[in-house]
Design a protein around this ligand. Structure first.
Ligand SMILES: Cc1cc2nc3c(=O)[nH]c(=O)nc-3n(C[C@H](O)[C@H](O)[C@H](O)COP(=O)(O)OP(=O)(O)OC[C@H]3O[C@@H](n4cnc5c(N)ncnc54)[C@H](O)[C@@H]3O)c2cc1C
Length: 502
């Protein structure tokens, strides 16, 4: 006998159970207690970004030397600062519904250090952080002689300089997610331990999603907040929109920026605040985030791929462990409590994807890369407002999902930037050369040559982020990957050519 497919129905269905999906669900039921909201996502959350995050609540500490040179970079920092301001009230509202022993608190303060364990990129980004703090009137203090309390780095990794940002702190991402889920559940949100496999359309709207377990879930409105899986989940709808309209603007690919981190038992050093480097060497920089229970979170690696995966490599473990002498030599005796592997959702231009896509009742919230956890209170409020027919709380912003990639660099700038990152990587991995050698210059030249070849193969003339260029420069299946992006950029060009002139 063929078993019938179970069909359930809600007002709002959210696909993806990371912080962005769960926080949006909570926001929806807070706005309207009568709404029937379901969140679909595998309870194990293998490879999710949220459960692997530190999580630092950083704004200017995330700035790099190019951030403020573009309107989109400034808009992103504005968003991040507004999110920081939103955290205390957002957390108070959650805490009000938790028993006292489960209440959550932000641990204030981040030290950003500048040491000589990377290339000159670190200096550029460190000074950009100080400039941004000044320009955006964020509180900061220079730390005399880079003498960060409780730090015990290897002697050749001593900070040359450090700055303390008292308002940029951290919180345990896993505890926050648990709290959001339990408060939302009590407010009536239904969490379905399942994975969405496809879509059913009803005229020009989405009618339902179909899951791997065979369930069909109908709703009036749908949000895709499936992290690094968001794009592949939408491929079918993307392709049919493109073929129906001749050349509609395609949704940007959302790549997977895999990050590995580890929580260890504290070293007795007593560090109370985040200590981090600027973003460096194609990745998110190193950071040490103290936990509330005597543990320390050490992160993180960054490897870009087309699809998320949950595996942990020998290389990532080696990298992470060997980097820790930049903070505290005593960590080498620390007991390992837990490894974390998560996939940051990374859009092609590096900015979030926030808003409606092809159907009137379908939204996407993804591409948050390194700081989606930090931005979640604000993004969730914005998204809930949009889904309820409002204009959102972000105001005029450049992060609409069906956009051409935001251009922040020329092709030559991007080649320079990648060379800076790669030379940084060389020194971060203890590259040594005689003092008189021109090794940095030689490396930069080589990296530039390879990247120019990649650009010629891609056939575009604007800048791409270093991690994406790095992926294309040296991938084992380089031709296939370049083909994938060349095809995407050609589709963007066709859509631009056919778009009505504005
Ligand atoms: C190592 C690491 C460190 C980080 N550190 C920080 C930090 O310090 N501060 C910060 O702000 N951010 C940090 N981030 C980034 C941050 O974690 C992300 O930006 C944010 O968590 C993204 O949340 P999300 O809900 O979009 O995605 P995710 O947390 O990835 O959640 C997506 C969920 O969707 C589910 N899903 C996937 N496919 C389907 C499907 N077909 N059907 C249903 N469900 C599906 C997945 O299982 C997953 O649970 C870090 C990330 C990593 C990996």
């Amino acid at each position: 006998m063929i078993k019938g497919r179970s069909v359930t129905s809600y007002d709002m269905v959210i696909v993806g159970n990371g912080i962005l999906g769960c926080a949006t669900a909570l926001e929806l039921v807070r706005r309207d207690g009568g709404l029937r909201v379901a969140v679909v996502g595998p309870e194990a959350r293998a490879g999710a970004a949220t459960t692997a995050a530190g999580a630092m609540l950083n704004c200017v500490a995330e700035v790099n030397h190019r951030t403020l040179s573009t309107a989109a970079g400034q808009a992103k920092l504005d968003l991040s600062i507004r999110a920081l301001e939103a955290w205390p009230d957002w957390l108070d509202a959650i805490n009000a519904e938790l028993p006292p022993d489960r209440r959550l608190a932000i641990r204030n303060g981040t030290y950003v250090i500048l040491n000589a364990r990377a290339g000159r990129l670190d200096s550029l980004n460190y000074h950009a952080i100080v400039d941004a703090a000044t320009r955006y009137r964020q509180r900061f203090e220079h730390v005399p002689s880079g003498d960060v309390p409780h730090l015990k780095p290897g002697v050749d990794a001593r900070p040359l300089s450090a700055v303390y940002l008292p308002d940029e702190g951290s919180i345990d991402a896993r505890q926050v997610l648990d709290a959001v889920v339990s408060v939302a559940r009590r407010a009536g949100v239904v969490f379905l331990d399942d994975t969405v496999a496809g879509w059913k359309r009803n005229g020009d709207r989405i009618g339902s999603v179909v899951t791997e377990s065979g369930a069909e879930i109908q709703a009036d409105n749908f949000l895709v907040a499936a992290g690094a899986a968001s794009h592949s989940l939408l491929t079918e709808l993307n392709e049919s929109a493109e073929s129906a309209e001749g050349a509609a603007m395609p949704l940007q690919p959302v790549l997977a920026g895999k990050g590995v981190a580890v929580t260890v038992r504290g070293t007795g050093s007593g560090a109370e605040h985040v200590v981090r480097t600027p973003n460096r060497a194609g990745g998110c920089g190193l950071h040490m985030v103290p936990g509330s229970d005597g543990t320390v979170y050490l992160g993180a690696t960054g490897d870009l791929a087309l699809e998320p995966d949950e595996s942990q490599t020998v290389g990532s473990v080696r990298f992470l462990i060997s980097m820790m002498e930049q903070f505290d030599k005593r960590l080498f005796r620390s007991e390992i409590i837990r490894w974390h592997v998560g996939n940051r959702p990374v859009s092609v231009d590096g900015f979030p994807l926030v808003g409606r896509v092809w159907q009137d009742n379908l939204w996407v919230l993804s591409g948050t890369h390194r700081d989606g956890f930090h931005c979640s209170p604000l993004l969730a409020r914005h998204m809930a407002d949009l889904m309820l027919g409002g204009a959102g709380v972000l105001g005029d912003h450049p992060f609409v999902p069906l956009r051409q990639p935001i251009r922040t660099m020329s092709r030559e700038d991007a080649i320079d930037e990648l060379a800076l990152h790669l030379v940084s990587q060389f020194y971060e991995s203890s590259g040594r050369s005689p003092a008189y050698s021109e090794v940095s210059e030689v490396l930069e030249r080589q990296y530039r040559t390879r990247t120019r070849e990649t650009y010629d193969d891609l056939g575009i003339d604007f800048g791409l982020a270093p991690d994406l260029l790095g992926l294309l420069n040296w991938a084992a299946d380089r031709d296939a990957k370049i083909g994938y992006f060349r095809d995407y950029f050609q589709r963007v060009s066709r859509a631009e050519a056919l778009a009505p002139t504005r």
